[in-house]
Design a protein around this ligand. Sequence first.
Ligand code: HEC
Length: 225
Amino acid sequence: MWLRRFMPAAIAAGLAFASALLLASCRQDMQDQPKYLPYRGSEIFPDSLSSRSLVEGTVPRGYLRDDQELYTGKTGANVAPTAPTATAAATSASGTSAVSTQPAAATGNDVNEFPFPITREILDRGQERYNIYCSPCHGVLGDGRGMIVNRGFRPPPTYHQDRLRNAPLGHFFDVITNGFGAMPDYSMQIPPHERWAIIAYIRALQYSQNANIADVPPDQVQKLK
Ligand code: HEC
């Protein structure tokens, strides 16, 4: 009787123990298997490096930055190269290319049109990214009163002022890419497409605090009244 009642529990416990042992030994094997860690030497290649450099003069797949406006926020000739060469990509290894070396607001050729159509989906993505990366300082409303500012960080300017309402889109791209004064750059954290999504959302925020009736499409005006 006793056995019958406790047998299943005993078997289950035994099985759990056995599989724990099994998994643990699995981890051990993978832990100790022969492999090359980054930057560790190797006997395979004549230069005794375990990692291979990119072939000079090539562009890694996915890194051909051939759309200048999308990747720099600038028009015209006065911009950094748009495609990292193998050497540039190798030295920065991060995926942000040579485009992020420009000083903020250095040129007057900021674009003022989005390089791709802004859909509802992109705007939502921009809102999400903005709330993660920008709102801690700029505030969820963009008034410059984020949580970090409440704890003593230098307050950023509000987006709801004429200078920033009239600033071209490319200026925002530049600030996110290169930083601005006390603000660090976000080129590592935020890929170019998402920078534009954030900028679209900042424009929406600006409208949210400063729209007038003329901004409302005629067929929607009736709804408001
Ligand atoms: C760590 C806090 C912090 C975060 C996070 C931050 N900013 Fe800023 N931002 C600042 C500060 C501070 C300034 C003012 C810098 C100065 O004048 O020295 C500023 C300025 C700006 C400006 C105004 C530039 C001008 O022309 O005056 C823009 C636009 C901007 N930030 C956009 C963003 C965006 C977009 C994000 C998110 C991707 C972001 N910031 C994230 C602190 C931050």
